[in-house]
Design a protein around this ligand. Structure first.
Ligand SMILES: [Zn+2]
Length: 488
């Protein structure tokens, strides 16, 4: 294969052992089809076909008479289709912004989004995505590619000058044969704790995130009295998990540097932190450091025992560490002791970007007019739509694509677009919901129940209020059912 940006070039002639070696237009490497123009058209076509085939096979295997339920379609989409298409996204993400490829991706996604909400086939992608709560596929591809680049350090997007917390490379991790076996004990009440007092010095650790600020602390005890404390500051984007881990790491460092040997105990109320440390498979930089400290301390005659301590159970040392960690978070003014940016933070920012981009697209595109009456913002809809789970009749109402005279007439399934109430008025969703005199009774009852006068401009506000929304949707489904029956 020849990759060049020259328009004219001489085709190289290759011979090996007296045989001509033919040029090919594309090659497949590790499941990625690379073509000589780097368009990735063939790759996208291939993955889309592969994804659809998997779906077809699963659907056939399930063999449910009425087709797959929307929840199952969603599961298949999230667990199979998206990963298949996102595979090696960072290699071809730039191609996903091209119109031809986007069209192809949209087609695949539209089918799934429609099935998830049981929408009419004519429903636009814009509507179907908002109602199914799926993010546009091309934006997801861009997001996955950005995340990969940031993790690998190729891109400073989002993180800017911050350091990203990445797993320790395998080469620098301890040799599997040398991973020491660690475990932690449980302390559930004061009686358990008192038994341990004579074991030797005790370090209570805790991490805290409060008002968006993060801190950690340790409190060192000997013979039942506090000897010293240490407060630690973390960057605001850090997580509580990082704070808990940092406190334990510092505790092991202090013990390692301690003059005398013997037994030392560390108490933490974070079970997940202790589990991650003791399991020994994590490549988290703080976990690796902690394990290293414990091992080095052991080589110098110091035994470090780890304990999980029940939080808020009135145990003095733990309460003290908790209080100190909160203080550290809120009042400690110093350069952070730890400032590595967690991947979860990067993901969150990237997701916000994606939603922002989608919002722009949703607003500017001409489609989804009826959907926008109810859900004017894609970002807002994304947050609440899973609790609504539009399906069937509700989807008809929210898209305007359904058994309504105006729609049926538009697609040549009915002679007249007018409503039964008046020959001059088209039977559309807005008309049925807020004007049509046929449903005046129902509407009156609803208005009493939610204390709002039904108007087109009020619909999106009703959708934002959980209680009003459920009453309003019930009302809509009822009307849709009646109109569907009439138009059969
Ligand atoms: Zn009417």
């Amino acid at each position: 294969m020849v990759i060049t940006n020259k328009l004219k070039y001489d085709t190289p002639l290759l011979r090996m052992g007296g045989r001509d070696i033919a040029l090919s237009r594309e090659i497949k490497v590790l499941g990625l089809t690379i073509d000589d123009k780097l368009t990735f058209n063939t790759h996208v076509t291939n993955v889309c076909r592969k994804a659809l085939n998997i779906y077809k096979q699963l659907a056939r295997a399930a063999k449910v008479e009425w087709g797959l339920s929307p929840e199952i379609v969603r599961t298949i989409y999230v667990a199979v289709i998206e990963p298949v298409i996102l595979y090696a996204a960072s290699a071809w993400a730039t191609a996903a912004s091209k119109l031809g490829i986007r069209k192809h991706l949209n087609e695949v996604q539209r089918g799934f989004a429609q099935k998830m909400v049981k929408a009419y086939r004519t429903t636009s992608l814009n509507s179907a995505l908002v109602l199914s709560g799926l993010l546009p596929l091309d934006l997801r591809i861009r997001e996955a590619a950005s995340l990969y680049e940031i993790k690998k350090g190729y891109s400073r997007r989002v993180v800017e000058d911050r350091a990203v917390e990445v797993p320790i490379p395998y080469a620098r991790a301890p040799h599997p044969a040398k991973i020491a076996h660690l475990e932690f004990g449980m302390v559930e009440n004061s009686a358990d704790l008192i038994q341990r007092v004579n074991d030797g010095p005790q370090v209570f650790t805790d991490g805290s995130k409060i008002e968006g600020k993060v801190g950690a602390a340790l409190s060192l005890w000997n013979d039942g009295a506090e000897i010293t404390v240490k407060k630690l500051k973390l960057e605001e984007f850090c997580t509580v998990f990082q704070a808990e881990l940092l406190a334990i790491t510092k505790a092991t460092a202090i013990i390692k540097a301690h003059r005398t040997g013997g037994i030392f105990s560390i108490y933490s109320d974070s079970r997940s932190a202790l589990e991650t440390i003791t399991r020994g498979v994590s490549l988290h930089p703080l976990v690796i450091e902690t394990r290293k400290n414990i091992q080095e301390a052991a080589e110098n005659g110091k035994t470090i025992k780890l304990f999980w301590i029940k939080a808020h159970a009135g145990m003095e040392g733990n309460e003290r560490a908790d209080e100190l960690a909160k203080e550290a978070a809120l009042r400690l003014k110093k350069k952070p002791d730890y400032d590595e940016c967690p991947i979860s933070f990067v993901k969150r920012i990237l997701r916000q970007d994606t939603i922002g981009e989608w919002e722009k697209r949703y607003q500017t595109e001409q489609t989804a007019k009826t959907t926008k009456l109810f859900l004017p913002s894609a970002a807002q809809a994304y947050r609440m739509i899973r609790s609504v789970q539009p399906y069937g009749k509700l989807t008809q109402i929210l898209t305007g694509h359904g058994g309504f005279a105006q729609y049926l007439n538009r697609f040549k399934c009915r002679e007249s677009p007018s409503c039964a109430c008046d020959d001059l008025v088209e039977e559309t969703v807005p008309h049925l919901l807020v004007e049509c005199p046929i449903f005046e009774r129902l509407r009156f009852d609803l208005e009493q129940a939610i204390d709002v006068r039904l108007e087109i401009d009020k619909l999106h506000e009703i959708m934002l209020d959980k209680r009003k929304r459920s009453k309003f949707l019930e009302y809509s489904i009822q009307i849709c059912g009646k109109v569907n029956n009439k138009n059969k």
